[in-house]
Design a protein around this ligand. Structure first.
Ligand SMILES: CC(C)(COP(=O)(O)OP(=O)(O)OC[C@H]1O[C@@H](n2cnc3c(N)ncnc32)[C@H](O)[C@@H]1OP(=O)(O)O)[C@@H](O)C(=O)NCCC(=O)NCCS
Length: 176
């Protein structure tokens, strides 16, 4: 039995350990991590899955980004406790995040990941080269999900860091 709730202050250490288990230390070299440097996750979209003893079973976070003129969020990292994979926890965490992201002003969610998995919650592959990450990524793994009608149709440009300390429509930070 597991439930999904907002990540509480103080859970960051446990979440980092879980994400390390899932991805290893090499994750910091990935292009997506450049978009997280010096910027906080949108805590309204940070969720954990817990059992009845409040043990951490899974985690998902989303980072604010800007793509061209569009305020978007980057999904991930998403990680589930290795022994408890295949029970719907990952999908449940993403569905909750997607649900909550609706109505926050973001236009789309993007990520770099396995299309067959993320298609289960509605992601699809973006046209190669349309959305450019700050580093090498496999074009077949650049995926998007519209939060507003037709948002993916016009989505394009460099993915840049953005902050949420001001309205998402008013902030963007170019990568140095
Ligand atoms: C990927 C991960 C989050 C999935 O979590 P999970 O709780 O096991 O996933 P769910 O139980 O919600 O979904 C399981 C379903 O997705 C499928 N699936 C899981 N990972 C997949 C992948 N990489 N590609 C395609 N399908 C995948 C399973 O086969 C299963 O399919 P079924 O329902 O048809 O049997 C988990 O394996 C994990 O933490 N991995 C390490 C970190 C990682 O790779 N994160 C994602 C980066 S792209």
């Amino acid at each position: 039995m597991w439930t999904i709730r907002h990540e509480q202050a103080g859970a960051a250490g446990a979440v980092e350990r879980l994400v390390d288990l899932g991805f290893g230390p090499g994750r910091f070299a990935k292009a997506a991590y450049r978009l997280r440097e010096g910027v906080a996750a949108d805590e309204r979209l940070s969720f954990v899955a817990e059992d009845e003893t409040h043990a951490l079973l899974g985690s998902v976070r989303f980072w604010p980004v800007r793509i061209g003129q569009s305020p978007c969020v980057l999904l991930g990292p998403l990680a589930v406790e290795p022994k408890l994979r295949g029970r719907g926890i990952g999908i449940g965490l993403m569905q909750r995040g997607i649900e909550e992201a609706n109505g926050l002003g973001y236009e789309a969610i993007v990520l770099v990941g396995d299309e067959p998995y993320y298609a289960k919650v509605g992601f699809s592959r973006l046209p190669p080269g349309r959305v450019r990450f700050p580093g090498p990524v496999d074009a077949n793994r650049v995926l998007g999900l519209a939060l507003k009608p037709n948002a993916l149709v016009s989505l394009g440009g460099d993915v840049m860091r953005a902050r949420i300390d001001q309205p998402v429509s008013a902030q963007a930070t170019k990568l140095g």
